[in-house]
Design a protein around this ligand. Structure first.
Ligand SMILES: Cc1ncc(COP(=O)(O)O)c(C=O)c1O
Length: 434
């Protein structure tokens, strides 16, 4: 700015500064009414969230107003020294979550210090945690699971990370954990993946699994929102999650005496307390020769989920059309990123009717007996698509002809998802990060 113009500006400021006070107070009252509006909206959001337990996934999704968030721009990076770098395992040894990369991301939250602190990427290390931390006693915690894929063009992509962040914030809100700005965390995650990019397998059968976790660390026994928390992100190169039979399909067991979730509970949130209690039932199913549990609900034995996947069924409907169905998001079901993507992609395929509908065991058995049931499969980030060939239910062994179809829908869905994830086709779901 030329000197003469800046002198004029300074003179104008001196002459008019008394007016600023007035304008500032106007801004203040305006921002407090905004804050009020925000609070009002929050109440509405709570109501919407309560409602969403009953509403189909097509309704507008609840919007979370984050606490004043941490910022990617404040990120501090401390790289591992050469002697701290871990050898990379062979692809065949990967398993699921056995090995971890050289770095981790940590973001502390301390209410007393104004909330979220600066994000830090640092060499991977153990956590030191107070034995009274609320996460350890009341499961005040949540986690997410997404993947970084190395594409055919060697670029690394994330798959719809915004949906994982949205789900994370909804779980945080339910457990009194602090919420945050989704985009700031996506930027921090992208950075740590870039730093550890050599850990993203050079293969289309393995990926780098990203596990963001948020735990309540306040060391007091009161069952209330923790005043301190830790958000951390660790990365693990992984291969296939589930064991399957030689044909690639799984056998599942439906025990009507156990439930994974119940109305008004947290089946629709990715909180650790949903998973620990599934171990016994899964082990029982395994003893009987099944790979996974089919989670039922209610006296009419409604299908909800299978293992840690959403469930899908393909059959010939009453109009004679091929239909892809999955149960609606009724509060008992995790709103899977893969589930939503399948519904959105398949609804553009003209030869398929796509529907969210209640599916009962009676319906499965009736369709199967009539020869109209074609396929069943589970879907989720970890495994992508897992075809189902057998369902154990009460004293019956129901054989599903999933692997007998000439052009199965599950394969088409899987190929489409993988093509997007590994960059064979450019698609807005896949976000290139390096
Ligand atoms: C219970 C449950 N259902 C479904 C899914 C699939 O969700 P997504 O497709 O987001 O991985 C998961 C995995 O996160 C899960 O844990």
């Amino acid at each position: 700015m030329p000197i003469r113009r800046s002198k004029v500006l300074v003179k104008w400021i001196i002459e008019n500064q008394h007016k600023f006070q007035l304008q500032l107070s106007a801004v203040r009252s305006c921002s407090s009414s905004l804050r009020y509006k925000e609070l009002e909206e929050n109440v509405q959001v709570q109501a919407e969230i309560a409602l969403s337990a009953e509403s189909p996934s097509t309704l507008p999704r609840p919007h979370i107003t984050p606490e004043i968030s941490f910022k990617y721009d404040d990120l501090q990076v401390r790289l591992a020294a050469p002697y701290q770098l871990q050898p990379k395992p062979e692809a065949k040894d990967l398993g699921f979550g056995k090995y971890f990369t050289d770095h981790m991301l940590k973001i502390h939250y301390h209410k007393q210090l104004g909330g979220w602190q600066k994000p830090e990427i640092m060499p991977f290390e153990n956590l030191s945690i107070h034995p009274a931390a609320k996460a350890l006693h009341y499961a005040i915690q949540l986690f997410e699971g997404l993947k970084a894929y190395r594409g055919v063009d060697d670029k690394i992509r994330l798959f719809r990370p915004d949906l994982n962040m949205e789900r994370m914030n909804l779980a945080a809100q339910r457990s009194g954990l602090p919420t945050f700005d989704a985009h700031e965390l996506i930027k921090c995650i992208s950075r740590i993946v870039q730093i550890d990019q050599e850990w993203v397998p050079h293969s289309e059968t393995s990926t780098l699994y990203i596990r963001p976790t948020l735990i309540g660390t306040e060391p007091t026994f009161g069952i209330m929102a923790p005043e301190s928390a830790l958000l951390f992100v660790i990365l693990s190169p992984v291969s296939a999650y589930y064991k399957a039979s030689s044909d690639g399909a799984v056998s599942i067991f439906a025990d009507p005496n156990v439930v994974r979730a119940f109305p008004g509970g947290v089946g629709n949130r990715k909180v650790g307390s949903n998973y620990g209690p599934t171990i016994e039932a899964t082990a029982r199913a395994a003893k009987m020769g099944h790979h996974q549990v089919l989670w039922l609900f209610g006296p009419d034995h409604q299908l909800t989920e299978v293992g840690a996947m959403n469930i899908f069924m393909v059959y010939i409907n009453d109009q004679g059309d091929k239909q892809l169905s999955t149960p609606p998001l009724n509060g008992l079901i995790l709103p899977g990123v893969t589930r939503r993507s399948i519904l959105e992609l398949a609804s553009q395929w003209e030869d398929l009717t796509v529907k969210e509908e209640v599916i009962t065991m009676d319906r499965v058995m009736q369709l199967n007996q009539e020869g109209r049931l074609l396929e069943m499969f589970g879907a989720g980030t970890a495994v992508v698509i897992s075809p189902i060939s057998r369902v154990g239910f009460l004293d019956q062994d129901i054989v599903i002809p999933t692997m007998k179809q000439a052009k199965p829908v599950f394969q088409r869905v899987k190929d489409t998802l993988l093509a997007i994830q590994y960059g064979h086709i450019e698609h807005p779901y896949a976000v290139v990060i390096s």
